[in-house]
Design a protein around this ligand. Sequence first.
Ligand code: GLU
Length: 310
Amino acid sequence: MSDLIRGRFAPSPSGYLHIGNLLSSLLAWLDVRSQGGRMLFRMEDLDPARSKPAYIAALGEDLRWLGLDWDEGWPDPSCAQSARTAAYDAAFSALQRRGLVYPCYCSRHERMAASAPHPGEAADSGCRCAELSEAERAERERAGRRPSWKLRVPDLDVTVDDGHFGPVTQNLRRDGGDFIIRRSDGVYAYQLAVSVDDMEMGVTRVVRGRDLLSSAPRQKWLIETLGGKAPVYCHAPLVVSGGGKLSKRVGSLSTELLRARYSPGELCGKLARLCGLRESDAPLSPAALIPDFSWQKIPTADILFDETAF
Ligand code: GLU
């Protein structure tokens, strides 16, 4: 097994996995195992209000059921984001010392930073908080407003050479803008936590859904600003139904339903056909897909998923 290749599962326990999450997990696993690398499982239970014990228990169980495994992490609690506040504190202080952090008093921006961004969510359109004088800040504090904390990004083009989508360039200021790294209740935001974790856990391959492709340039920049080496990002196509992107939040075809309907081999066969790795959906194990796994067989366009034909 190669220590040089390290991938990860990083699910959030805010729902059961759905068919799109399962496909990204399968591809993350195949990407790493086909290169003889190590896999770790990080529980992204950052937001106490949305993390539920039932989902925490189900996530690993469901991946194992499908035939996926990992070498480190869950159920080791030290790998859960809820246990890593000290690491986020240290990164936050380092950014603060460099003058890159400022308080933001806009509650709408805070709500948007609570979890990984989803397509169709309006971008943070920026605010005046970066330019507030000390007196204006004090006035807001006196009025009882507790700020969240934003990271000031430079006017810089950052290119991520995505392993599947190719080069993606973003101007940090123009295309994304300053972003929240800590909420007013002290909970760290997704962008900070995921960057610190990937860096400190030595992750070299990040495979996840294409909805997070637009976050990759700022994560790469954040990791490099903290003195780390960014992983290779490799985004997987989204699975969409007629109604749009599937979402855990609305309970699209979840593992609960899928497990009642299919054996692990049957489901894996269906996933393999759905993403172009096989021409038929004959049952097979994830391990059977390792020898001829190639990203070239997988589309970049969204995969239309017809629930009735599945
Ligand atoms: N925990 C995030 C989610 O489930 C994914 C984070 C990532 O892969 O960067 O949406």
